[in-house]
Design a protein around this ligand. Structure first.
Ligand SMILES: NC(=O)c1ccc[n+]([C@@H]2O[C@H](COP(=O)([O-])OP(=O)(O)OC[C@H]3O[C@@H](n4cnc5c(N)ncnc54)[C@H](OP(=O)(O)O)[C@@H]3O)[C@@H](O)[C@H]2O)c1
Length: 293
């Protein structure tokens, strides 16, 4: 049963507001972390061909679904909780890597990702980086439009696209990207891109939503955590949710996985949202899109 708050993408597909990120999760750990997260109530997972852990993610997802089938068989269909999950209860995002830009290469990369994941379809397929120097992101996106029309992906989108990249894509694409996944946290608030996304009906998804842990030490965040009797990570995730961002925090322990999910039962006051808006430092924890090719 789904209880996680969701948003609707521009093509009508529903997406859980909070998912689990798997960058830098070793392949051997991915299956167990996905299983742990499913047990805590997560229903959305963000991986990429480049992360090298699609196999483990697919095993974690596939395990929950086959557990459900076994439970249903043994109980006559009355399996419950994580044991009653169907494929459509779980949302999986993966991404095409930079070396696979271009129409044919993207179709081949997608087949490899699907084989690794062991799934019949992917919920959201993203271009990982625009790699403007390669000059191939429009062709790459055209391949994704083909996959979308064929029903192999439920939604398509982009990641790390700057305003100029989005404008070029919008002139040539037939399907408006559902999502732009960008680095976004209190030290890098991406105000211009968020405004543009709203105008274009594209959802903003925050990668490194916790600033890779760095922003959790900001004294203003620590003070808010004390005020609300929450942890710094919960305050930052709550800020994202109140801004309307999709979020995909990564964590390596069951305790943090659980902590990061417990953010739907409190609300930051407007003055505190304004206070966090004042923490902008234009500080990146990852690469600038212009420097990735
Ligand atoms: N599209 C892109 O180019 C792109 C780039 C980067 C990331 N992403 C996606 O975004 C996801 C999240 O980004 P991220 O992994 O870079 O960074 P993040 O989620 O902002 O931060 C993860 C870091 O914060 C720590 N952490 C997590 N929960 C915590 C808590 N409750 N208290 C204290 N520390 C906590 C983690 O430590 P432990 O792991 O030790 O628990 C880890 O070091 C990725 O996993 C990936 O799916 C996408």
């Amino acid at each position: 049963m789904r209880s996680m708050p969701r948003l609707t993408l521009n093509n009508g597909v529903h997406i859980e507001r909070l998912g689990f990120g798997l960058y830098k999760v070793p392949p051997k750990d991915a299956e167990v972390l996905v299983t742990t997260a499913l047990g805590e109530g997560y229903r959305r997972f963000d991986t990429a061909a480049m992360y090298g852990n699609e196999l483990g993610v697919g095993r974690g997802v596939g395990g929950a679904i086959s557990d459900a089938m076994e439970a249903n068989l043994s109980t006559g269909g009355s399996g419950e909780s994580v044991h009653s999950l169907a494929r459509e209860d779980i949302f999986v995002t993966t991404k095409v890597w930079n070396d696979d830009h271009g129409y044919d290469a993207t179709l081949r990369a997608f087949d490899t990702s699907m084989a690794n994941l062991g799934l019949d379809y992917v919920d959201l397929y993203l271009i990982h980086w625009p790699c403007a120097g390669r000059g191939l992101f429009v062709e790459t996106y055209k391949a994704m439009e083909t996959l979308y029309r064929e029903g192999k992906v439920r939604a398509i989108g982009v990641s790390n696209f700057q305003p100029g990249h989005l404008e070029e894509l919008m002139q040539k694409a037939e399907v408006v990207p559902a999502v732009n996944q960008i680095e976004l946290h209190p030290w890098l608030q991406q105000t211009r891109l968020r405004t543009l996304h709203e105008q274009l009906n594209i959802r903003t998804e925050a990668w490194s939503p916790l600033g890779r842990g760095q922003v959790l030490e900001d004294p203003a965040i620590v003070a808010l955590a004390e005020k609300y009797s929450r942890t710094p990570a919960q305050v930052v995730l709550r800020w994202h949710l109140q801004l309307g961002n999709l979020v995909i925090p990564k964590a390596s322990s069951a305790g943090r996985i659980k902590e990061n999910f417990e953010v739907f039962d409190f609300e930051l006051e407007d003055t505190d949202m304004d206070g966090i808006a004042g923490l902008e430092r234009h500080h990146r924890t990852g690469s600038h899109p212009d420097n990735v090719n």
